[in-house]
Ligand binder design. Structure first.
Ligand code: XMP
Length: 508
């Protein structure tokens, strides 16, 4: 089944991915492309609509990022912030550098009757810009303004061109979803054909044609991504999807047993389990650099598969649960590479199997919906995300069996206490990390010189941004007490208050 698609051209704006998400939430498939690659994409496959994102540069600068707007002829287009200014400048309007940067909540004091923005429930909008449009280009009319921004929105319905100076994609613009909905459905005439069922149907077809008569090795971790991936592949190609669980010794306490039990019980009785704990610990010995750890773990996975070649006969493909944010974060042109997520970047070049990544277009919440549509149980669908390299990226410094044990015990206590109090609801991820410093403490009459545990619990929509979960002090204190008393080797407990950005969710 072919679905309609919105191309979001990224000019380096901090909210560009949110635009993509909002379109998807409205049931419209949306894809992000860096501005330098946009012209190629537009020529190759014209989308049903285009959104030009915000960005940090000024359209008034020499060499400011731009695309040939001629390629958008006949394609309904919405410019947001920088995107609006670019449209205004290239089509003959006037853009000026405002005296002061405008940042924060503003009110659309005036909206033109009968315009595409008429009658919104809330006039509040979020602004974040330096330049602004002083005069819209010929053919356009101004349809909204604020006290400080006379041209806050424009339209040229005859050409299907629209622009807003504010950011409809952020939650501080309460009618933002409605603004995007009106553009996509009322103005651009899209139908909203992006559903889990459509995705499943499309993916089954594409997997079958990608794999042909081959066999696919599906590495499952018990997490929602790899489970959904394995379920999809099993549905697509039946027994030629070979599901394997590698126990690398870096899972949370009791998790290896639990994955095995749930997985074989609920949906795939032929799970192959390889115990590779010794091999992983051996290859991680003495390694402290986070990126190095990810690369080693990625490489070890493949060696484990090679070692069991007799059972994995003829696997031509390797399936991975790579998601859209991983694809974007692993090096789009405008966003810097933050971490090499091992399921994208760290695999060794000598790997002979071809990669199949059926979830590479999805955000996490979409994966969960697909999982439900495939009939997976809630215990899998609602599971907290867990990084592929496991506890290795939650143990700063060297990864040893003893340090893994410390982190497992502390993590177990933390999450058990949250669950007992019902605080786990609304948490995106919660975990304990072990630092590689030591500090002095006192226990009984003895001086201790041991390691600190950091507790981290975050709220997030999609892991792109996150906020530390507010937890009552008394609760944290009780958890800290339990950890120092019950986990040998730990004499201090810290709670991480940092948001992402500037921190990341994991410590490494
Ligand atoms: P960060 O730490 O970058 O994490 O804020 C964002 C999300 O990605 C998970 N994560 C990983 N997942 N391989 C994975 O499969 C990795 O190397 C990796 N590193 C981080 C992290 O748990 C969070 O959900």
């Amino acid at each position: 089944m072919e679905h309609q698609s919105v191309l979001v051209v990224d000019f380096g704006g901090q909210y560009t991915q949110l635009i993509v998400r909002r379109c998807r939430e409205l049931g419209v498939f949306s894809e992000m492309v860096p501005w330098r690659k946009a012209e190629g994409r537009l020529r190759e496959a014209p989308p049903a609509a285009v959104i030009l994102s915000g960005g940090p540069r000024s359209v008034l600068e020499d060499g400011a990022p731009a695309i040939d707007l001629g390629l958008l002829r006949g394609i309904p287009t919405l410019g947001i912030c920088y995107g609006l200014q670019l449209m205004a400048r290239l089509l003959g309007g006037r853009v000026v550098s405002a005296e002061a940067k405008e940042y924060g909540k503003r009110v659309l004091g005036w909206v033109a009757d009968g315009s595409w923005l008429a009658g919104l429930d809330s006039p509040q909008v979020w602004m974040s810009h330096g330049d602004q449009v002083a005069e819209p280009p010929p053919g356009f009319r101004t349809v909204a303004s604020t006290d400080s921004c006379p041209v806050a929105a424009i339209e040229d319905r005859s050409r299907g061109l629209y622009g807003v100076q504010f950011h409809p994609e952020v939650s501080h613009t309460p009618s933002g979803r409605e603004v995007l909905r009106r553009f996509l459905f009322d103005e651009a005439g899209l139908v909203g054909d992006w559903t889990s069922e459509a995705f499943i149907e499309e993916t089954l077809e594409s997997v079958r044609s990608e794999v042909g008569e081959g066999r696919v090795l599906c590495a499952v971790s018990g997490g929602v991504d790899s489970s959904v991936m394995a379920a999809l592949l099993t549905k697509a190609i039946g027994e030629r999807a070979v599901c394997v669980f590698v126990d690398h010794g870096l899972l949370r306490k009791g998790e290896a047993e639990q994955v095995r039990e749930t997985f074989t019980r609920v949906f795939h009785p032929r799970l192959l389990v390889f115990d590779a704990r010794d091999r992983f610990f051996e290859s991680l010995r003495g390694v402290t650099d986070p990126e190095e750890k990810r690369k080693i773990i990625g490489a070890e996975f493949v060696r484990v598969f090679e070692e069991h070649a007799d059972q994995l006969q003829d696997c031509t493909h390797l399936a991975q649960g790579t998601l859209y944010p991983d694809v974007i974060e692993s090096g789009s042109e405008t966003a810097a590479t933050i971490k090499t997520h091992h399921n994208v970047g760290g695999l060794p070049s000598w790997m002979r199997m071809k990669l199949v990544e059926p979830l590479r277009w999805l955000f996490k919440d979409e994966v969960r919906s697909v999982g439900r549509a495939l009939g997976l149980p809630e215990e899998i669908v609602e599971r907290e995300p867990f990084p592929g390299p496991g506890l290795a990226v939650r143990i700063l410094g060297e990864v040893t069996p003893e340090r893994v044990r410390i982190v497992q015990e502390a993590d177990w206590i933390f999450r058990q206490e949250l669950r007992n109090r019902g605080l786990h609801r609304g948490i995106w991820q919660s975990y304990a990390a072990l630092l590689d410093v030591r500090s002095v403490g006192v226990m009984g009459d003895e001086r201790t010189y041991q390691q600190p545990i950091v507790l981290r619990a975050v709220e997030s929509e999609d892991a792109m941004t996150a906020r530390a979960k507010p937890i009552e002090f008394e609760v944290l204190e009780a958890i800290a007490n339990r950890i120092v008393n019950e986990v040998p080797g730990v004499n201090r407990v810290l709670y991480d208050l940092t948001s992402k950005p500037p921190a990341t969710i994991e410590w490494e």
